[in-house]
Ligand binder design. Sequence first.
Ligand SMILES: [Cu+2]
Length: 158
Amino acid sequence: MAPLRILFASVMLLGSAAVSAHDYHGGDLDIAHPWSRPLPPVATTGVAYLTVTNKGETDDVLLSADSPIAEKVEIHTHIKDGDVMKMRQLNELVIPAGGEQTLAPGGHHLMLMGLKQVSAAGERFPLTLHFKEAGDLEVEVAVDAEPAKAQGHGHDQH
Ligand SMILES: [Cu+2]
């Protein structure tokens, strides 16, 4: 039985390593760790974050995104209006050649409007990103249980 148990343990290890890597490649783009926060079951909007790296010599542009779990997905950013952080929709997001764009809390993000289902922590949902150069890239957004942070702004302001 011992060899079988060792084999099983190593398969489990491989499995978890693949999950933690969680990144995607398409054309010149690398997309690292698409994630989202867990939401209450009554939520109607959600937010997805990720990092896009452009290894190419041509700027790429995130034109839009969509997901089967939302009626529409918008590209948003936060702007400071006096002392208040507000969200504003962007028509597109440039990923500079040799550079990257990080979508993270407090900055750029993908806003899922009209949620049809709410994914629990540990689950994943599909998201398709439409790039001008790299084309359509489908990723899975992992719903992470992130430690709660005290933030003066949120998506309840929508
Ligand atoms: Cu937003």
